[in-house]
Design a protein around this ligand. Structure first.
Ligand SMILES: CC(C)(COP(=O)(O)OP(=O)(O)OC[C@H]1O[C@@H](n2cnc3c(N)ncnc32)[C@H](O)[C@@H]1OP(=O)(O)O)[C@@H](O)C(=O)NCCC(=O)NCCS
Length: 187
């Protein structure tokens, strides 16, 4: 059989447009990519954080091998609410890492965020992967907004990255930043 000239296909799919088989394939790739280490492993809360927005699904020869999703959140920078495209569940299957596939996904994610949001944001320990693509590490204090007030999240400081968009206000990276509460990791 003749092989496809371009075996890489990247699609944007809302969660509701994913088939059951696609959900299963994406979840399997996330569990494999994040591994079994208690600190790093991909948990059910992480999946809940990744749904309800837009998925970026990369197939290689018809198999889903890389993924990211963007969900809408309201971050406050220096008290100012910003409609934020928040990045979740970024992964490439272990056997296909280091081939540029994650970067292909990220370029489309960035275009999507630039078009629609006042800010892009994500939480990570993998700074280099994102910084080389233009994301910047937040240097100010982070916190979470809860029903009983704003609670500092010092363990997250230095692990939040942002992407400015054409509709971003001017901001300094040392300003306070907060997110709304959610179950699991708030950032
Ligand atoms: C991080 C990840 C998505 C990168 O995907 P990928 O398809 O391997 O990435 P690419 O091949 O497009 O990019 C390679 C570049 O990213 C860097 N990179 C890859 N994984 C990295 C990581 N975990 N931390 C820091 N940098 C990383 C590489 O060093 C390389 O940089 P260089 O070009 O300067 O040498 C993938 O390694 C992965 O799934 N890791 C496990 C899950 C994870 O950690 N997800 C992101 C955390 S929020």
């Amino acid at each position: 059989m003749k092989r496809d000239a371009n075996p890489v296909r990247l699609r944007r799919l809302a969660t509701d447009d994913l088939s059951a088989a696609e959900v299963e394939a994406i979840r399997s790739l996330l569990f494999a990519a994040f591994g079994a280490d208690e600190e790093e492993r991909f948990a059910e809360d992480d999946w809940q954080h990744a749904i309800g927005g837009m998925h970026f699904v990369l197939d290689l020869d018809g198999e889903i091998v890389a993924h990211a999703s963007v969900v809408e959140r309201e971050l406050h920078v220096d008290g100012r609410p910003l409609r934020t495209g928040y990045l979740e569940a970024v992964a490439t299957t272990p056997e296909h890492q280091g081939k540029g596939l994650g970067s292909i996904v990220m370029r489309d994610v960035e275009a999507y965020i630039q078009d629609r949001f006042e800010l892009g944001a994500l939480g990570t320990g993998s700074h280099h992967f994102y910084e080389r693509l233009g994301w910047r590490t937040w240097r100010g204090p982070s916190s979470v907004r809860t029903d009983s007030g704003t609670v500092p999240t010092p363990d997250e400081d230095g692990y939040i990255l942002v992407l400015a968009t054409p509709s971003s206000p001017d901001f300094g990276l040392a300003a306070p930043i907060s997110c709304e509460w959610r179950p699991g990791d708030v950032w």
